[in-house]
Design a protein around this ligand. Sequence first.
Ligand code: ADP
Length: 831
Amino acid sequence: MAKDLSSLQDNQIYIDEQGIIRHVLHGRQTAGTIVAMREANKPLVAKFRSEGKRVAIFIDLSEVKSTDSATRSQAKEFLGTDFDAVAVVGNRYLRPIVSYVLRITGVGTKVHYFTKATKALQWLSDPKAGSRVQSGLIERLRRISVSGWVILIVLMLVGFSAYNSWQQAQDRLDNQAQTNFDKELTSLHESLKDRVQAYIDALIGFRGLFDSSNAVEESEFTTYFSSLNTLNRYPGIETINYVRRVADAKGNDHYLVTYVGAPAKTVSKGTDRSLDPVWLATLQAARDSGQPTASHTIELATKDSRGDQAKGFVVTVPVYRHNVPGTVDQRREQLTGFVNGIFSYQNFFKAVFNSASSQNSLRVIDESRLVYGQGDQTSIDVSLTNMQPLTIAGHSWTLDSRVPVGFGLTATEQRQIRTTIASSIIVATLLLMLFWQQIRARDRTLKLADAMTEDLQNERDEAVATKSKDEAILSSIGDGVFVLDEASRIILFNRKAEQLSGYVSSEVLGKHYNEILKFGSRDDPKAQHDGFIGRALGGSQAEMAHGTILTRKDGVVLSVADSASPVFDADGKQRGVIVVFRDVTQQEQLDLAKDEFISIVSHQLRTPLTAMRLFSEMLVKKQVGPLNDKQYEYMQRIQLSTSRMIRLVGDILNVSRVELGRVRVVPEPTDINELIQSHIEELRPMADIKRVTINFTRDSRQAKVNLDPAIFGQVIHNLLANAIRYTVEGKGAVDVSFKEQASGHVLVVKDNGIGIPVDDQPHIFERFYRAENAIAVEGEGTGLGLYLVKLIIDATGGEARFETKPGKGTTFYVTIPEAGMKAKKGEKTLS
Ligand code: ADP
């Protein structure tokens, strides 16, 4: 989602896909990145990945309250996981914005701000944090895995119990169906038995007709047949007829159809049934047993509903002369005929099975041939079958009964299984979705882990590269550099430092610098003179004092110079000190040679100059004769220039003597009031010429101060002379005082003169330096006076400084230690 930032309105935060947070307030844009987030306690490190598919969000600060949960969750989704600590890189304007974003999202409380990404990355690549990354991710993966396993187990349990309850329901319903089927079969057989019995009883009834009369007329037979309403009462019986036994001449029996109950449906009277083997077998069996006997399948004279020859069977009841005789022989001998019931399979079974369930598909089989069928036998999903013999009058058919799945079950009962299955599927699907989500979460976490590992690797590589670069730069610096931590231990020691000190870094790293690096002073080589490091550790930059020396590992002494500076982190907290130093031994030697040369030259110049001044003075005073006006004027100029030259040479000589360390300092208890007063008096004529008033506030203690009067006198003289010279003629006022302060004895020389311009202030104690405004007021001057003051005061343990307001005046303060000036050996004094 590209966003035109110019459309950002006031007080809106916009976080883009790269994780750059932008904010506009009063038309000013700020931007920054949350580089890294780290959980502090339950540690996890994550990083905004520029290629990450985060959705950009846009928050209007004027509308969003910190309680706005919709925005919170939106932002939280954007930011990702909860974090206890967050690293942010950006300028200070970003801080309130980031803390706002983090507050409304609630993702982190501890925010670490870094101005440089490398610092944030260092924090991130802290080895402890690194291991925490892994452990955090592993913990997360473990949680995901555990919940994944739990879901999987629940899924299996649900599956198992669903299968179980489905199985149980199925079994129960199967049993129920079986019971229903059993009931159906029992009731079917009951009704079959009752019916068959009723039919046979009817046939036996006919036999009774013959039993009761020796000669039954046809009309009697048909009347009885009609009176029974046989065809209606006994559906399936096509007709009942009577077959008479007739013996032929050879004594063979013939069974002739004699009376016919329903003529239209039967064969014609007179048909000899003994000619039909099925009939004959049935009749003979009935004759011998004396019992009603059923035949095999026979073809009927009628057609069935499909127009085929109808099939059926006969039940024959033998009729004897006197009841049913006891033996077979008697039965054969006394047989008179048979009452036959002709049954149509179709009609008979239809009537008999009319109470059967419509779901029950029934088939009757006679000697493997299907003779009757009802119900749909092909399309039903058969669940239960039953094959049973069906015996009627001694003949057995097979009754094949089939019922469908869930036979006799109610719709609710049948739905039970479907409901069980459906609900199981729903639960299982939900669980599967959960499981799938877990798998995806795991995948994502793994990817995140990969990405983070890669990121960390890259960042570490970058950090290492940066570090190597830094180290390379430091190594190649021509000056010695070493860095101390807060505890003054050496944490970095560059190559030049190794060369200068004679130590290698492996010897010095981690050690207190004091143990290794002996910084002394040329005047006092034994003691440690490392005040500059102490001042840097105290937070301010400090130059090494003039004459600082370093004793190398091999004992050789080097003159060194440069400085120590405090090192601060992004939060402004001091982290240590960096010291830069270089070997100035050669330079010092050169300076020494030069100073010696100057010293000699100036010394040599002084004698002829003094002579020149003496002689010019004699001429001006006309001690050797008169001069004309021109000669007098020129002589005066020569005298003035010579005096100036003598002063200059004197100054140069003094400076070179102090610089060469040849001046001896012999402090003695001195009446400071008197000393100052004498210098005031010395300069009074000059002050009078310029009409400058000098006000001296005497030291009330009247104490004697331990100092070298000649040398300190030079200081007083120079400061006083400057104060007079750099005031405006006729308006000048100079205040001189000497007081006791906490820092020591202080000489204060205050004037209301021209002051020192700001640009010149840093250079005022330098050799030959003169400010422009001073040159304008006072053409004459050497620029050596203050330099000498500074040299003297530094060498004797004091301090010189000034306060000034250009155009308003200047105050010089010279402090000498409480105990007085430090003594110093030397062969010369100041001139
Ligand atoms: P000089 O006075 O010979 O020029 P100094 O070393 O005594 O040399 O002084 C150096 C410079 O410091 C002066 O040239 C002048 O610019 C400045 N300066 C010294 N003292 C004062 C003062 N009291 N008021 C204003 N400027 C001063």
